[in-house]
Design a binder for this molecule. Structure first.
Ligand SMILES: [Zn+2]
Ligand SMILES: [Zn+2]
Length: 139
């Protein structure tokens, strides 16, 4: 659990941090740090935005979450670091969903490989989610 790993990393497990762990546990909604802050504040009205940011960055340096920039304007917190996955991004509401897609066969063409070392591949499918499509009136 995150709490144990936080202790192991020599970081204190405060009620604020615990609230953030709980909020992130098992979610696949990729909240923004601000959304996480709002949710944490509902539980702990005195929590500061700074604490939430700091905790998220601590978790990132421990490899417990990934901070994604999928072009929605703010970083998204992704606690699903166990399984390599890609994302579906709705251009209307900014919803980010996990996409299990094998990209292991995706290779950089040889002429780029000489001048570039690949460390990872990110694939983003952009479009409109079903909720937005259902409410659709304008393009
Ligand atoms: Zn949408
Ligand atoms: Zn994800």
């Amino acid at each position: 659990m995150l709490t144990a790993r936080f202790r192991k990393a020599g970081l204190r497990v405060t009620p604020q941090r615990q609230a953030i762990f709980r909020l992130l546990h098992g979610v696949d909604t990729h909240p923004t740090v601000d959304a996480l802050y709002e949710a944490a504040r509902a539980e702990l009205p005195t929590i500061s935005r700074r604490t939430v940011y700091q905790t998220v960055h601590d978790l990132e340096s421990m490899g417990e979450v990934e901070l994604l920039d999928v072009g929605t304007g703010s970083l998204r917190v992704d606690p699903n670091v166990e399984k390599v996955h890609q994302h579906l991004v709705c251009r209307r509401c900014g919803t980010v969903r996990d996409l299990m897609l094998d990209v292991a066969d995706l290779r950089l063409p040889a002429r780029y490989r000489e001048r570039f070392t690949v460390e990872g591949v990110e694939v983003v499918f952009r479009g409109v989610c079903d909720d937005c499509a259902a409410n659709d009136t304008s393009p």
